[in-house]
Write a protein that binds this ligand. Sequence first.
Ligand code: G3P
Length: 217
Amino acid sequence: MKFFIDTANLNQIKDAQELGVLDGVTTNPSLMAKEGITGRKNILKHYIDICKAVDGDVSAEVISVDFDGIIKEGEELAALHPQIVVKVPMIKEGVRALKYFSDKNIRTNCTLIFSAGQALLAAKAGATYVSPFIGRLDDISTDGLGLIVEIREIYDNYAFETEILAASIRHTMHVIQCAKVGADVMTGPLSSIVGLLKHPLTDIGLKKFLEDYKKGN
Ligand code: G3P
């Protein structure tokens, strides 16, 4: 399972990278705005800074919603750095753009996926990744994890190569549950990655080992 961090915060990206388990980064316009990154020029520069901070894929989202605009923006983003994956919304023009980018060997992440039908369509159009938002489904009392299970079954039935990128991950249990049902990738906040290492019995056990070592030395 690949671990992506879902942030535009360079310090958090560097922290996750230093841990040695980071496979990539996902961003979106809201995450960029949260870091105060505004204006096309600054946003493009920030994507390059993120690419320099990690080894893996970096999803950069288009803000156009018409076909020509998505293509123009996506080609500009893809040309920025080899690690860039163009993030395209699940809308009609987006599906057309996924097919276009796929034919041009430009890698894509189809975002805002909330149903198995949308995921099937994105795979048919040749998306590299699909991003089902499991946290936002849970927020409205709908089974986010169940959607991952459905997409996994559909993709396995037909050996689609599109990778399931479980997004809108909020906590460690989401990560574990997604791993159990076979999501290819998860993207979440730094806390959802670092939180995996925590267990009180580990802390108690280590404390005792160190105390016992001191007694004998
Ligand atoms: O990157 C998209 C997705 O991960 C958003 O997460 O927490 O805003 O629902 P959230």
